[in-house]
Design a protein around this ligand. Structure first.
Ligand code: HEM
Ligand code: HEM
Length: 165
């Protein structure tokens, strides 16, 4: 399949929506952490289950569904080719990081759900590791975007703001 000239409007909307929801999950995880702590202590969640804990679960499931939609669009439409001026090894690294972001965005909500629904600690440990991996990947992603934008001056940010159709 020939690479398209850019991302579509739906791909761009999904990228920013998912980024905002992921930020919410990190900034507002107190509720679910308190609920999980109560469950570990007493084997019941009870009063520790707050609206914020429910929000973590609902937003997490929403992210999973949106990532599914995004992957489907990615397979149907593809993604623009990397800038040929960029060193080959970095083009390859960016591809690997994008792929890893998709994988972690699936493992994270699934591990949370399985641990929560079945009351098991191991999947929640996976959830914590996956959370750290996601943070590292997003950090590398931002570093990549900053290098493109300000050092190599490729205007990569435009790709995630201006759709092809
Ligand atoms: C949780 C936060 C984020 C996640 C999970 C994420 C994920 C991704 C993924 C998976 C891609 C590859 C798209 C594809 O090929 O289908 C991508 C591309 C891109 N992202 Fe992000 N992103 C996040 C935050 C950001 C932020 C904060 C910025 C800007 C500062 C940004 C700028 C871009 C740009 C410019 C591209 C296009 C890169 C290219 O086509 O070479 N992203 N992002
Ligand atoms: C992509 C979606 C999700 C993201 C980004 C995310 C992120 C996070 C983060 C950052 C924490 C705090 C953990 C810590 O700092 O140690 C957390 C905790 C937790 N999450 Fe998620 N989560 C997601 C989806 C879900 C889903 C769908 C569930 C299902 C119920 C869930 C269940 C939990 C539980 C039970 C905890 C408490 C674990 C603890 O306190 O150690 N998460 N999550």
């Amino acid at each position: 399949m020939e690479a398209p000239a850019g991302y579509t409007r739906s791909q761009i909307v999904l990228h920013w929506l998912i980024a905002a929801l992921v930020a919410f999950q990190f900034l507002a995880s107190d509720g679910i952490e308190a609920a999980w702590r109560a469950f570990i202590r007493t084997q019941v969640v009870g009063d520790a289950f707050s609206a914020l804990a429910l929000a973590h679960i609902v937003v997490g499931i929403t992210i999973l569904l949106l990532v599914g939609a995004r992957l489907w669009l990615r397979l149907k439409h593809g993604a623009p080719a990397p800038d040929p001026a960029e060193p080959r090894v970095l083009q390859w690294l960016a591809k690997l990081a994008h792929f890893a972001l998709y994988v972690v965005l699936i493992i994270l909500p699934l591990s949370g759900l399985v641990g929560w629904v079945f009351g098991q600690s191991q999947p929640i440990e996976v959830h914590q590791i996956a959370k750290t991996i996601l943070l590292v990947l997003v950090g590398l992603h931002l570093l990549g975007v900053l290098f493109h934008q300000f050092i190599w001056k490729t205007g990569v940010l435009r790709r995630m703001f201006v759709p092809v159709k």
